[in-house]
Design a protein around this ligand. Structure first.
Ligand code: AMP
Length: 218
């Protein structure tokens, strides 16, 4: 499968798994959260709009998000396929994606749902630290940097994303849990849903993800 979306709560590990699978399949990993964060960093007009929602843990409005994804999927590198991560998150977004891919005559092939317990997710999110310079991601328990609080790659002090603070993280989970629920029956009724157990170490989960997508490592 090379036209795929990854579903799962924030902190489910779907970003990590989507990156590995995209590399193995030689297709782009398109993460809407990363694209929004880049716009925020670069202070583009889109970034200024998105930031107001992101810092509160709310979704950026559908029209803004859908337009951004439409542009990204039109790029040359996405023509052989893509893994979308963090989009769609709502039923209107899922319907918009189907319309968009229908126009391109390249329908979605699979929706991979990485399933994890919400409490596990809260621990993963609140322990996450990121490098503001190069975007490297660490976790205070499961993937700590060599020197606490410092990026291994560039030596920059790590930060906690505003939306990874516990209160915001819980709110973000609530919002996304509620909004994502209708997506599971939506893709299941299309015969595209693949459920993968997201518990376990990264390599174990990767093996399950690759099998579900019909990909081979290496
Ligand atoms: P993430 O990195 O996927 O957790 O996304 C971080 C933030 O970006 C979210 O809390 C939203 O504010 C925004 N965002 C990312 N993807 C979407 C989407 N598909 N729809 C609306 N907002 C999004």
């Amino acid at each position: 499968m090379t036209r795929v979306i990854f579903l799962g709560l924030p902190g489910s590990g779907k970003g990590t798994q989507a990156a590995v699978a995209a590399e193995a399949a030689h297709i782009p990993h398109i993460a809407t959260g990363d694209i929004f964060r880049r716009h925020v960093r670069e202070q583009t007009p889109l970034g200024k709009t998105a930031r107001q929602y992101m810092d509160r843990g709310e979704n950026v409005p559908d029209d803004v998000t859908i337009a951004m994804v439409r542009d990204r999927l039109a790029a040359a590198d996405a023509q052989p396929g893509f893994i979308l991560d963090g989009f769609p998150r709502t039923l209107p977004q899922a319907e918009a994606l189907d319309r968009l891919l229908g126009e391109l005559d390249a329908p979605l092939e699979g929706a991979l749902y990485l399933k994890v317990d919400p409490e596990v997710v809260v621990r993963r999110m609140t322990g996450r630290r990121v490098c503001p310079k190069d975007g490297a991601v660490y976790h205070v328990e499961s993937n700590p940097p060599k020197v606490p609080g410092i990026c291994d790659l560039c030596g920059t002090p790590l930060i906690q994303r505003a939306d990874d603070h516990e209160e915001v993280a819980r709110h973000r989970l609530d919002v996304q849990w509620t909004q994502a629920q209708p997506l599971l029956p939506y893709y299941s009724s299309q015969g595209k849903l693949r459920e993968v157990d997201g518990l376990g170490d990264v390599a174990m989960v990767t093996a399950r993800v690759m099998a579900a997508l019909g990909l081979r490592a290496g």
